[in-house]
Ligand binder design. Structure first.
Ligand SMILES: *[C@@H]1O[C@H](CO)[C@@H](O)[C@H](O)[C@H]1NC(C)=O
Ligand SMILES: *[C@@H]1O[C@H](CO)[C@@H](O)[C@H](O)[C@H]1NC(C)=O
Length: 310
């Protein structure tokens, strides 16, 4: 509803360009538009609505890698990062929305953002009381900053990121974020594993990057911070797709958490009941002539996890 409201206030850029073209007005370059939007956002005379609309529009541009780098080059990236410090939850939310898009698969911007203090600010927001919508976007920006960037992952661990995420998944009303957090952890664990495997097989990974991945002590951190128990308890979530993500993560943590999982009686009960539930659903799929159905796949994941646990 919030996005619809912002959209209503601000016309789509394509529509504006068409109007300009009809008026024979020279069309601004992306750079000029970004400078204008940043000035609007950075100006003390802009209203809150105008600032949010500027960020909302900016997000469209920074998906392009070149634009995101240009945003940095004229100082706009830092202005958006500082927006995370705003006392307005909406400004934090839309600043994170822009940053998440700008960081995505853009190593240069990720490096600049770390230098600009983005990681600390994102963690502070996640660790304090904020509306769910704000935390959702901030978590998205955090994921986008950490992915494929081992240096940021190291900093994240040093700054107590795992504790922050643990409090987040245990906070009341933030349950919907738990699955996203677990998915992030799964991605980080497997990313490090693949990078190390690939380095051994192909020798193509740069030694420096490999060195950085080796310094991301993620699994020991997860174990120390109680994530074996947290991930196990999340398997009791009611949605199938949530369980699918949690199972995936349990599998990735199996070598690290095996002792815990074996002694967790609640986990054994949950697994047994899910196994029965998915056996029934998989049988229905087969009756319908579906050979590689979703529930058969889930049942397969449960069975292979149980096997790995033995
Ligand atoms: C944003 O505003 C501040 C204070 O008015 C100013 O010093 C800074 O240069 C502005 N930044 C950009 C990128 O326009
Ligand atoms: C932003 O807030 C952090 C603490 O959350 C503080 O350390 C920092 O100085 C603030 N930065 C700006 C530019 O206000």
């Amino acid at each position: 509803a919030r996005q619809a409201e912002v959209k209503r206030l601000f016309r789509p850029i394509e529509e504006l360009k068409k109007d300009f073209a009809e008026l024979n007005v020279v069309i601004e370059t992306d750079m000029q538009i970004m400078v204008r939007l940043i000035n609007k956002f950075n100006s003390s005379s802009s209203s809150l609505e105008e600032k949010i609309a500027a960020l909302f529009d900016l997000e469209y541009y920074v998906h392009q890698m070149d634009n995101a780098q240009d945003l940095f080059s004229f100082g706009g990236l830092q202005v958006v990062i500082n927006g995370l410090n705003s006392t307005e939850p909406l400004v934090k939310e839309y600043a994170a929305f822009v940053l998440g898009a700008a960081f995505s698969s853009n190593p240069r911007v990720q490096v600049e953002a770390i230098e600009g203090g983005a990681l600390q600010k994102l963690l502070v927001i996640l660790a304090t009381e904020q509306p769910l919508a704000t935390k959702k976007k901030v978590l998205f920006a955090l994921c986008s900053l950490l992915r494929h960037f081992p240096y940021a992952q190291q900093q994240f661990l040093k700054l107590g990121g795992l504790q922050v995420l643990r409090s987040l998944v245990q906070e009341k009303g933030m349950e919907v974020l738990a699955v996203r957090v677990v998915t992030l952890l799964y991605d980080l664990v497997t990313e490090k594993m693949f990078a190390e495997e690939e380095a051994e097989l192909t020798r193509e990974t740069s030694p420096e990057k490999l060195q950085q991945y080796r310094q991301v002590h993620l699994l020991p951190g997860l174990q120390e911070q109680g994530w074996c128990a947290i991930t196990a308890s999340l398997l009791a979530l009611p949605e199938h797709d949530a369980r699918e993500k949690v199972l995936q993560t349990l599998g990735a943590l199996l070598a690290t958490c095996r002792d815990h999982y074996r002694q967790d009686a609640q986990l054994s009960r949950t697994l047994a009941s899910l196994q029965a539930e998915y056996q029934a659903l998989a049988a229905l799929e087969l009756q319908d002539g579906e050979e590689e159905g979703y529930f058969q796949e889930l049942l397969g994941s449960i069975n292979s996890f149980l096997q790995g646990l033995r």
